[in-house]
Design a protein around this ligand. Structure first.
Ligand code: FDA
Length: 308
């Protein structure tokens, strides 16, 4: 991984820096390109606007790696309020959640309990919980929890997970998830992973992305292809067309504030598009990953900084 990318991801774990940035007014203004605001209402308003533009959303209440049960309880409460608000406002929206926000680093049982309550709530509302994928030390625990919850008849179909194309293990994980009928969001992967577990070169990650996307497109289950990479999108479109896979059988997913032109173009072309919509005050690690993916974003933020 290039040194700047590693540095940005390392900075995202620096708690004092995080606290300082997240509490500063300037930090908040700079993050607004990628984060919909700090409050639930901000996210709901942004979701409404995107729905009006023909896009579905998945709402992420920012936060990860909580260090106490009380923080996990608070994080779960926000998601329960979100699910209710989505239902009341009849939004085309589901939720995306990180298991470390539900306490996975404290205890697997704790995180599983919180996730189960959330999925139960979502299922009762006819909604869906997507479990984001974090770094590779958590892949197995995350997949185990998702598979156990999906296997409960009362929760069946209301939970899905994310698979990262940069991991060598992803083909095998996808095979197992497809056998269970679990919905997958395929992304390239945003963490700093060693060559023992992940393809180090972008070309290899891209080639694996295309291979895995084709496997997902050929399955009977509805999946999400999360990428802003036009080459990945073109490959998926062309595979779907060649194999008579109707665009209604899958969706493209992109991050809030990134390639909005491409998001709208796909909608115009008749594809399902879902925007990942993060909100909340714990935005620093999320923003650092976005900068790490595209260091040119640093210039964008710097320009805005001098305009403030
Ligand atoms: P790539 O990085 O090759 O970029 C292709 C092009 O897209 C760039 O040239 C640029 O034009 C544009 N682009 C990409 N990133 C940009 C950025 N930050 N700012 C501006 N332009 C950018 N990861 C993970 O590990 N776990 C997860 O759960 C998720 N969840 C998730 C959900 C959704 C909906 C998306 C879109 C992505 C994720 N990711 C993720 C992040 C993902 O792993 C990956 O890091 C980013 O999507 C960037 O990869 P691309 O596929 O866009 O390609």
């Amino acid at each position: 991984m290039p040194p700047l990318r590693s540095l940005l991801i390392a900075l995202s774990h620096n708690r004092p820096l995080r606290r300082f940035a997240e509490r500063s007014k300037i930090g908040l203004q700079l993050s607004s390109r990628f984060v919909a605001g700090t409050e639930i209402d901000d996210a709901l308003r942004a979701a409404e606007t995107l729905n009006q533009q023909g896009m579905a959303v998945t709402i992420d209440s920012l936060g990860e790696s909580v260090t106490s049960e009380a923080e996990a309880v608070a994080a779960a409460m926000v998601y329960h309020r979100l699910l209710d608000a989505i239902g009341t406002r009849k939004l085309s929206a589901n939720v995306s959640v990180k298991l470390t926000q539900m306490g996975l680093r404290l205890s697997c049982e704790l995180a599983e309990d919180f996730a189960e309550n959330l999925v139960r709530h979502a299922k009762a509302m006819g909604n869906f919980v997507r479990v984001d994928m974090e770094d590779s030390s958590l892949t197995q625990a995350t997949l185990d929890i998702v598979r156990r919850l999906h296997a409960k008849p009362a929760l069946h179909g209301a939970i899905g997970v994310v698979i990262q194309a940069y991991l060598y293990r992803s083909q095998a994980d996808i095979d197992q998830l497809l056998a269970d009928g679990i919905r997958v969001r395929l992304c390239k992967g945003a963490y700093n992973e060693p060559a023992e577990v992940a393809y180090p070169r972008k070309a290899e990650v891209d080639a694996n992305y295309v291979r895995l996307a084709e496997v997902l497109l050929s399955s009977e289950t509805y999946h999400g292809l999360a990428t802003h990479d036009e080459a990945m999108i073109a490959a998926a479109k062309s595979y779907a067309a060649q194999h008579s896979i109707d665009p209604s059988r899958f969706e493209f997913q992109m991050l809030y504030g990134i390639r909005r032109d491409l998001q709208r173009k796909l909608v115009r072309e008749g594809y399902n598009v879902r925007v990942y919509l993060p909100f909340g005050s714990d935005w620093c690690p999320y923003l650092m990953r976005r900068l790490a993916e595209r260091p040119a974003n640093l210039l964008f933020l710097a320009r805005n900084f001098f305009r403030l």
